[in-house]
Structure formats: structure tokens, C-alpha cells
Design a protein around this ligand. Structure first.
Ligand SMILES: Nc1ncnc2c1ncn2[C@@H]1O[C@H](COP(=O)(O)OP(=O)(O)OP(=O)(O)O)[C@@H](O)[C@H]1O
Ligand SMILES: [Mg+2]
Length: 299
């Protein structure tokens, strides 16, 4: 029978980006970039967000592409953020059709119509891409935010550096743990995601995983859920110190709900540890699959 640590290792690897997924993501990137370049003057574009940092969970969806617009598009920067978001949306509808498109606060989502199976497998295909229009602002970028009606500053390079440093300081187990809690967050059993945006989990993990890797996944996960539950009600600024607080995505009712669900997850993690202590390994694996979802292995 699979030991607990082996089960977690397998779970971790099932949340890793595969070569075939990367190939599919770059094909989609190329296709979207070529089309967007026919509609807007684009200086450059790149894959970013959790995808680029390897903190994206499975199934792979909402992969962010930043499109840095050229000076000739700068007139958009003087208009409300909703104007560029609408124009990008309209342009993409022409190619992908309205049913595949969704306007979001800071981006436009293109859904490729891929449906995961019961085990969350997608045959190595990505589900969707977020097209994020952006302008360069010195070393940073400005992106539209229709929720606040303002342009916000961001710097993916700083977020990436913080993630790399945290990962190195945690015996290179940090990103794996982040993908696991984000996978828990995406579990459809919750209905609405407990923590929104899921980037907040990564931001919290920069502080909530400290003191070094202890060597046991079950203990790490239990402690992480408990700490996240304690601190999810706090205010969490942008780690780059540029954009609005990442925790602004939740009001106090939503924070309370997240706290309750994270506490419950911590309790389930404790129950799973007790099963192992009692020699009920099979029950421990089932409890974790229940906690995380179908990518947690039973054998
Ligand atoms: N409030 C903010 N201020 C500044 N930058 C932000 C803010 N929110 C998000 N970002 C940047 O934009 C990127 C994309 O945002 P998004 O919400 O898609 O997060 P993500 O890390 O890609 O997580 P997910 O796995 O849910 O897609 C983030 O990775 C981060 O670099
Ligand atoms: Mg994203």
C-alpha cells in the first residue's frame, strides 16, 4: 500500500505542468498572439501569472498572457478600463464566438471548450487563456481593473522572484504545497471558491510557510490549513507593493466563510493523520482524496 508521503509525492507530481501541456499552452499562446496582433499594436507579449511561476494548479485554466500595447494604443490609458476590456472582448468574439468569451475585471477569458474528465484529466490540453492588455510603466506595468474603474500597477517579475525565494527557502517544496491548497480551493464541492482570488493563497503562503520544510507532507498540509484559516481574515497587500491589496477580492462575509472552510480542511487533515496512527492507511488516503479532490491518489 502507498505510504502517506508517497501518496503526497504522487499528488504533487499530478499537479505539475507536463511537457505536453506546455506544448499545448504555447500553441494556444501563438494562435492568440497572432490574432491579437492583427487587431491591436502590440509591443510584446508573454505568458505570466501562476502559469509562469509554476504555482498554477490543475486542470490548467485561465493562463495569463500579458499583451504590452504599443505607444499608438496609449489613448486607451486615458479612458476608463472598461473601454479596453470591451474592445479586446469584441475583437476576440470575432474569432472565437461570444459563447467562448467572458469579460473579467482585468482580462478577457477565452474558453477552448475542453472539459476535464472525472479524474480532472484534460488529455494534456489547457482549458482557457486570460488575455490581459497592459502598458509598460517604467519597470512595472499598468493593467485595467473594471471592478475599481482604475488602472492598477503590477510587476509579475517581483511576484516571480518572491515565489522562487520562498521555494528555495522551503527545500523546494513551497510551489508544490501552493498548488495543493489551490487545488483544494478549486474543488467543486465548495460551490464558490473559498478563497478569492486564488492568488491570495500564494501570497499568504509567502508568509504562512516559514521555519523550513519539516519533511512530512501530512504535517505541513495540516499546519498550512490551520495558519491560512487564522490569517485569511487579515489584509494582504500586493507583495510587490504596487497594486491594491490582494485580499480586497473578499468582503468580510466571504472571509468568514473562507475561514470556516479552511478550519474544516485543517480538521480533515488531522483526522487523516489519526487514521495513519491507527494503522488505517486506506482510510487516510480516502480522507485526503475527499479533502483535495480526484487527483489525490488512492493507490
Ligand atoms: N492586486 C494585485 N496587484 C498587483 N498585481 C496583481 C494583483 N492581483 C494579481 N496580480 C498579478 O496578476 C497575475 C495574474 O492574476 P491572477 O488573479 O490570474 O493570479 P494567478 O497568480 O495567475 O492565479 P491563478 O492560478 O488563479 O490564475 C498575478 O499572478 C499577479 O502577478
Ligand atoms: Mg491567472
Amino acid at each position: 500500500m502507498l505510504t502517506v508521503n508517497d501518496a503526497f509525492r504522487k499528488f504533487k507530481s499530478r499537479l505539475e505542468l507536463t511537457d505536453r501541456e506546455q506544448t499545448n499552452a504555447s500553441q494556444r499562446h501563438k494562435e492568440v498572439r497572432e490574432y491579437v496582433a492583427t487587431k491591436f499594436a502590440v509591443e510584446r507579449d508573454f505568458l505570466t501569472g501562476s502559469y509562469a511561476r509554476h504555482t498554477k494548479t490543475k486542470p490548467l485554466k485561465d493562463i495569463d498572457i500579458f499583451f504590452i500595447l504599443a505607444a499608438s494604443e496609449k489613448h486607451y490609458r486615458d479612458k476608463a478600463p472598461s473601454v479596453i476590456v470591451s474592445d479586446v472582448y469584441d475583437a476576440l468574439v470575432e474569432k472565437y464566438g461570444a459563447s467562448a468569451m467572458r469579460k473579467q475585471g482585468r482580462s478577457v477569458n477565452i474558453d477552448f471548450g475542453v472539459k476535464p474528465d472525472l479524474d480532472d484529466n484534460t488529455d494534456h490540453r489547457i482549458l482557457s487563456i486570460d488575455v490581459v492588455p497592459a502598458f509598460a510603466a517604467g519597470d512595472d506595468f499598468e493593467i485595467p481593473c473594471t471592478d475599481t474603474g482604475k488602472w492598477i500597477k503590477t510587476n509579475p517579475k517581483i511576484h516571480a522572484e518572491k515565489a522562487v525565494n520562498a521555494h528555495d527557502a522551503y527545500s523546494k517544496e513551497w510551489k508544490g504545497l501552493v498548488r495543493m491548497v489551490k487545488y483544494w480551493n478549486n474543488n467543486p464541492k465548495h460551490g464558490e471558491k473559498p478563497v478569492k482570488p486564488s492568488f491570495l493563497l500564494e501570497v499568504m503562503a509567502l508568509e504562512c510557510l516559514h521555519g523550513g520544510w519539516g519533511g512530512q507532507f501530512d504535517r505541513e498540509v495540516q499546519a498550512l490549513f490551520a495558519t491560512l484559516a487564522d490569517r485569511v481574515v487579515d489584509t494582504w497587500p500586493d507583495p510587490a507593493g504596487l497594486g491594491p491589496a490582494i485580499s480586497d477580492g473578499m468582503d468580510s462575509a466571504r472571509k468568514q466563510r473562507a475561514q470556516t472552510l479552511l478550519k474544516e480542511a485543517g480538521r480533515q487533515a488531522t483526522v487523516a493523520i489519526d487514521y495513519v496512527r491507527k494503522g488505517q492507511n486506506g482510510d487516510a488516503l480516502k480522507a485526503r482524496r475527499e479533502l483535495f479532490g480526484p487527483r489525490f491518489p488512492l493507490s
